[in-house]
Design a protein around this ligand. Structure first.
Ligand code: ATP
Ligand code: MG
Length: 566
């Protein structure tokens, strides 16, 4: 191995290799990338893959990454989306500095270039209707047919295009098309539409325009204006690349960007299409774009997934050209890894049953020192109040336990975490036979959770002092879609919705310090999972979301030698 070459970036993938070679061989001096969202919805985890790739490459190779809004379709675009996209990219941990751009910044330049194409005989105004244009376009196996307007004079096209801009015509009355090749094997090259008439206000340019460029006519030229060196996008744009290059070659653009495609992210039990996500919101299947079940960045954030976990996931899945489906458990694994390291531990009881310690003084309250994170001593300890009446988890008790159940049962001693050993002496039931109270006695010599004689109970339970407990509503989440591949086999996505994706538990109790946990910070309730405070919380009601349980099914699948699903 040659140790004298400059260090390769930490992770090599085919795009990083291209960038690395271009820099090494002098095809560019600095790498300039961009993330180009269309502001017609909230960003989802698929976008996070693209953000981590574009911003990551710029960072690793000492270049820069632009945030550019691809705002060429005012019919679907809104300021709310623009604001959320900026907030989400920042939250994910990336910074575009002063390089915030909009395709709409270039509308005047793009218009001038369109006029130049007409002058050069490479574009024309077409009067065919949208349906006719579709009909004339041909199919994958049949060539298209030329429009009768294709050979109208340059002057006539120039005049009509100017009048399109001036607002003389209705939506859909005319379009501007490139004159390329109606027989091309690539349908994108069959005289693609460059401009259409849309009498619609634009979130940024207001009513300055009533003709808007199509994506293809805006994207490459915007890249060229900004000096983008590597225009990285998903595979569905591969067939658009010849057109991308055609514009770069046929217009006096100030630089020569190149487009590279990678496979988009797909995740099991998840739909990553803004069109479907918008329907979920509009039809009320979820609480909004930021519902904790949504794969949007704002949803994942509200669910309690830290940005670091999402970045780690993006690094784990890598970048390739082959389409694949990643198991959602892998995302959960990456997030759990971060939370296990960073989340402070707290006590919470989701399904409480009362414990009364009969030999504990009625008015006594002790403050128990409990470590905040057994994985991280520097997280310190906190004080948790302990008293005569406590809540424990209902399923931590069994009156008639089977062999492998080691938790509380009549006559058996268990440890209350960081407090005392207690033994259940008596079970109190209501008229229907439900357990309503467990009367226990404690051993005062076991304070802190250890006995002087070294005896060790087989189970350690979490608890919350009844007098000090804070009531909470806890929302548990499961996959939004029951099927691993929603909508496959020709089914409607919406038929695959999981009707039990959210379970709301009321009557939960958490230790008092949880009221100080800020929104957006995730804690671990010992033995239960990771939880965060939901913004729906009020002064009187604490609402918590369960981000994840503690069970790592992905790690288990890996151990069994299963790596991916298709
Ligand atoms: P959707 O299909 O969800 O509507 P889109 O591609 O229309 O998404 P854009 O706002 O145009 O959304 O996407 C911005 C960038 O994010 C594009 O470069 C696009 O290629 C990339 N991107 C979108 N979805 C994914 C995904 N699932 N995986 C990776 N990159 C993606
Ligand atoms: Mg798009």
């Amino acid at each position: 191995m040659n140790t004298e070459t400059s260090p390769a970036p930490e992770r090599a993938d085919f795009i990083r290799e291209i960038v690395s070679a271009d820099l090494r061989e002098g095809r560019c001096d600095t790498v300039v990338t961009r993330f180009p969202p269309e502001p017609n919805g909230y960003l989802h985890i698929g976008h996070a893959k693209s953000i981590c790739l574009n911003f990551g490459i710029a960072e690793e190779f000492g270049g820069r990454c632009h945030l550019r809004f691809d705002d060429t379709n005012p019919v679907k675009e809104e300021q709310e989306y623009i604001d959320s996209i900026e907030a989400d990219v920042r939250w994910l941990g990336f910074d575009w500095g002063e390089h915030l751009y909009h395709a709409s910044d270039y509308f005047e330049q793009l218009y001038e270039w369109a006029v130049e194409l007409i002058r050069a005989g490479k574009a024309y105004v077409d009067d065919l209707s949208a349906d006719e244009i579709r009909e004339y376009r041909g199919t994958l196996t049949e060539p298209g047919k030329e429009s009768p307007w294709r050979n109208r004079s340059i002057d006539e096209s120039l005049d009509l295009f100017e009048r399109m801009r001036a607002g003389e015509f209705e939506n859909g009355a005319r379009v501007l098309r490139a004159k390329i090749d109606m027989a091309s094997g690539n349908i994108n090259m069959r005289d693609p539409i460059l401009y259409r008439i849309l009498h619609t206000e634009h979130p940024r340019t207001g009513d300055a325009w009533c003709v808007y460029p199509n994506y293809d006519f805006a994207h490459g030229q915007s890249d060229a204006i900004e000096g983008i060196t590597h225009s990285i996008c998903t595979l569905e744009f591969q067939d658009h690349r010849p057109l991308y290059d055609w514009f770069i070659d046929n217009l006096p653009v100030p630089s020569q960007p190149r487009q590279y495609e990678f496979a988009r992210l797909n995740i099991t039990h998840t739909v990553l299409s803004k069109r479907v996500l918008l329907r979920l919101v509009n039809e009320g299947h979820v609480r909004g774009w930021d519902d904790p079940r949504m794969p949007t960045l704002s949803g994942l954030r509200r669910r309690g997934f830290p940005a670091e976990g999402i970045r780690d996931f993006a690094a784990m899945i890598g970048v390739a050209r082959a389409d694949s489906v990643v198991e959602v458990e892998m995302l959960e694994h990456a997030v759990r890894d971060v939370l296990n390291r960073t989340a402070v531990r707290r006590f919470g009881v989701l399904d409480p049953v009362k414990v009364v310690i009969t030999n504990y003084p009625e008015d006594r309250v002790e403050e128990m020192d409990v470590p905040n994170n057994p994985e991280d001593e520097s997280a310190g300890t906190r004080r948790v109040p302990f008293s005569r009446e406590l809540w424990i988890e209902r399923d931590d008790f069994m009156e008639d336990p089977p062999k492998k159940f080691f938790r509380m049962a009549p006559g058996r001693e268990v440890r209350l975490r960081a407090a005392y050993f207690v033994t259940c002496d008596e079970v109190v039931k209501d008229a229907d036979g439900n357990v309503v109270e467990l009367r226990c006695s404690y051993d005062p010599d076991t304070r802190g959770g250890a006995a002087p004689d070294g005896r060790r109970p087989k189970a350690t339970l979490h608890w919350v002092s009844a007098e000090h407990a804070v009531p909470a509503v806890v929302r548990l989440y499961d996959h939004l879609f029951a099927s691993p591949n929603p909508g496959s086999g020709g089914r409607d996505f919406f038929d695959d919705l999981n009707t039990e994706s959210e379970t709301v538990l009321s009557g939960c109790f958490v230790e008092p310090s949880v009221v100080d946990v800020p929104c957006g910070q995730t804690v671990q309730f010992e033995r239960l999972g990771y939880f965060c405070v939901d913004p729906d919380s009020t002064k009187d009601t604490l609402v918590l979301n369960r981000a994840l349980t503690l069970k790592d099914t992905w790690a288990k699948l890996q151990a069994q030698g299963r790596h991916d699903t298709a």
